[in-house]
Design a protein around this ligand. Sequence first.
Ligand SMILES: [Zn+2]
Length: 62
Amino acid sequence: MSACKVCNKPWKLLFKKNVLNKYEAEYRYCEHCEFVGISNVHWLEEAYSEAINSCDTGLIER
Ligand SMILES: [Zn+2]
C-alpha cells in the first residue's frame, strides 16, 4: 500500500503517466498535508539519466 512520504497516511492516486514509453509514474496527492509526489520511484534513477538526453519527461515539474 502506498503512503504519503510526509505524513505516512494513505494518499490518493491522481493519474498515471508513462515516462519514456517504458515506466509508469503514479502521481499521488495527500489530503492531509497536500503533498504531491510520485509513488513508484524505483525507476526514477534510470529514467532521470535518460531524461538528460530526451529532455521531455515532466519529472522536473513541481
Ligand atoms: Zn501527507
